[in-house]
Design a protein around this ligand. Sequence first.
Ligand SMILES: Cc1cc2nc3c(=O)[nH]c(=O)nc-3n(C[C@H](O)[C@H](O)[C@H](O)COP(=O)(O)OP(=O)(O)OC[C@H]3O[C@@H](n4cnc5c(N)ncnc54)[C@H](O)[C@@H]3O)c2cc1C
Length: 164
Amino acid sequence: MRECTGYEITQEWLYHLGVPVDQIPDMAKNSARCIPCMMPYITSFFMPRTSGDRPKVVPEKCVNFAFIGQFADTVRDTVFTTEYSVRTAMESVYTLLDIDRGVPEVFGSCYDIRVLLDSTSKMMDGKKLTDVKLPLATRVKLKSAMKEISGTIVEELLERYNLI
Ligand SMILES: Cc1cc2nc3c(=O)[nH]c(=O)nc-3n(C[C@H](O)[C@H](O)[C@H](O)COP(=O)(O)OP(=O)(O)OC[C@H]3O[C@@H](n4cnc5c(N)ncnc54)[C@H](O)[C@@H]3O)c2cc1C
């Protein structure tokens, strides 16, 4: 990616949007302007964090200021989203002005087996569990596990998320 021109990046993007392939070069050249830029520190968002690394949205005993945005600490949410910024802003206003309104709950995706299976499939680039190269012993175990789940909801879920 880092060696791509803006024209090439736009072509790639249009392809993923499903634009008919024969229209892509013209659209990318004449209907868009893309200036590539590098964001070398962007992964800093995903460094491990722990309690105390970032200030709480409304630090203890504060009554007239708050921290909002990606570097304020709120419970359970994941950074690098507009939602995170909005949630911290809501939390700060409701807390400082003592407004009795709940901040929308973070979607409990980490407890949802469907999301976890879907993410697993995406992280394996759509490869099925049965296509993964495994040592013989593990393959044998997998085969017997597949027999065990045959006809069950587990098999149905694995199929639905393209894992088998
Ligand atoms: C490449 C990329 C892709 C992303 N994709 C997604 C996505 O798909 N979905 C998603 O939900 N989120 C995505 N995000 C994250 C999302 O865009 C940000 O988390 C969100 O925009 C942050 O909003 P914010 O209002 O807190 O901060 P910002 O949008 O960063 O706003 C802060 C503003 O403060 C201004 N500012 C800074 N310092 C000063 C100063 N001293 N004085 C005055 N103004 C100042 C800045 O110019 C800026 O306008 C992406 C971010 C990037 C970079």
